[in-house]
Ligand binder design. Structure first.
Ligand SMILES: NC(=O)c1ccc[n+]([C@@H]2O[C@H](COP(=O)([O-])OP(=O)(O)OC[C@H]3O[C@@H](n4cnc5c(N)ncnc54)[C@H](OP(=O)(O)O)[C@@H]3O)[C@@H](O)[C@H]2O)c1
Length: 242
C-alpha cells in the first residue's frame, strides 16, 4: 500500500516536472516583460526617455553612430546605463526605442533588416517636411504607423512617445495623479503591451488608441498631436472608449 502511494506520487511529480519544463518556453516568449531597452537615436527625445527608464530600474543601452559622444550621459546615469552602436542596441535589447530623423528610416530598415525581424520597436519618430522631405507627404497620405511598418517591415511596431516635445515630457514625468497621458497604437499585442508598460514606468498614463493605422490620429499635423491631457481627456479627444 505504502509502495503504491510512493509510486503514484512519483508519477505525479514526474508529470509536474515535465509539464513545467514544457510550459516554460511558452511563458518566457509570451509573458516576459522587456527589461533591456535600446535607445536608437539618443538625442533629445531618446535620451529623455532612456533616462526615465534607467531611473525606473531598466537596463538601457544608449546607441549612437558615435558612441563616445554619449559617454558623459551614460557615466552620469550609472551602472544601469550602457553604451553602444545601433546594431549593438538591436542585439542587446528586448525592445528598442527608435528616435532618429524620419528620413533615416528607409536606410535604417534596410541596413538592419535581419536584426529588426521580430524585434519590438517603440517608434517615436515624426516626419517633418523641412527635415524629412517627401516622406512627410507619404506619411500625410498613408498614415505614419503604416509608413513605419513599410520601411521596417518585419519589426513589431508600436507607435508611442511621438506626440509631444521632450520638454513637455520632462515637465510632466511622474507627476501626481492625474498623470499626463501618452497615446499608443500598434498591431502587435506584445509591442503594444511593452509600450504600455514603458509609458507607465516613465511616469505617464498609457492610452491605447487602436491598431497601427490609428497612429495617424496623433501624428504631427493632426488634432491628437501636441496635447498635454489626462487619460480620460485624451480618450475623449481621440474617440477611444472610456
Ligand atoms: N525632440 C522632440 O521633442 C521629439 C518628440 C517626439 C518625437 N520626436 C521625433 O524623434 C526623432 C528624434 O528627434 P530628436 O529631436 O530627439 O532628434 P535629435 O536630438 O537630433 O537626435 C536624433 C538622433 O538620431 C541619430 N541619428 C541621426 N541620423 C541617424 C541615422 N541615419 N541612423 C541612425 N541614427 C541617426 C543621431 O545620433 P548619432 O548621430 O549620435 O548616431 C541623433 O542623436 C525625430 O523623428 C523626431 O521627429 C522628437
Amino acid at each position: 500500500m505504502r509502495f503504491e502511494f510512493f509510486r503514484v506520487r512519483s508519477w505525479f511529480l514526474a508529470l509536474a516536472v515535465l509539464t513545467g519544463c514544457l510550459a516554460q518556453p511558452a511563458l518566457a516568449q509570451s509573458e516576459t516583460p522587456a527589461k533591456k531597452i535600446g535607445i536608437i537615436g539618443a538625442g533629445n527625445i531618446g535620451s529623455t526617455f532612456g533616462t526615465f527608464w534607467v531611473k525606473a530600474g531598466y537596463d538601457v543601452l544608449f546607441a549612437s553612430r558615435h558612441p563616445e559622444e554619449l559617454k558623459p550621459l551614460v557615466e552620469k546615469l550609472g551602472p544601469k546605463a550602457h553604451l553602444g552602436t545601433p546594431a549593438e542596441a538591436l542585439t542587446y535589447a528586448d525592445a528598442v526605442f527608435l528616435a532618429v530623423p524620419y528620413k533615416a528610416y528607409p536606410e535604417f530598415g534596410k541596413e538592419h533588416a535581419a536584426a529588426l525581424k521580430g524585434k519590438i520597436v517603440i517608434d517615436a519618430g515624426n516626419a517633418t517636411a523641412a527635415r524629412d522631405g517627401e516622406l512627410r507627404a507619404e506619411v500625410d497620405q498613408n498614415g505614419i504607423g503604416v509608413t513605419s511598418q513599410k520601411y521596417l517591415p518585419e519589426a513589431r511596431i508600436a507607435r508611442a512617445f511621438n506626440a509631444a516635445n521632450f520638454k513637455v515630457f520632462e515637465k510632466n514625468t511622474g507627476r501626481p495623479a492625474p498623470r499626463m497621458a501618452i497615446p499608443i497604437a500598434g498591431d502587435d499585442p506584445k509591442a503594444v503591451e511593452t509600450a504600455r508598460t514603458l509609458v507607465s514606468d516613465a511616469g505617464f498614463d498609457p492610452v491605447v488608441v487602436g491598431a497601427l493605422d490609428a497612429a495617424k490620429k496623433f501624428q504631427m499635423g493632426q488634432p491628437g498631436f501636441g496635447l498635454e491631457l489626462t487619460a480620460p481627456e485624451l480618450k475623449e479627444k481621440l474617440g477611444v472608449a472610456p
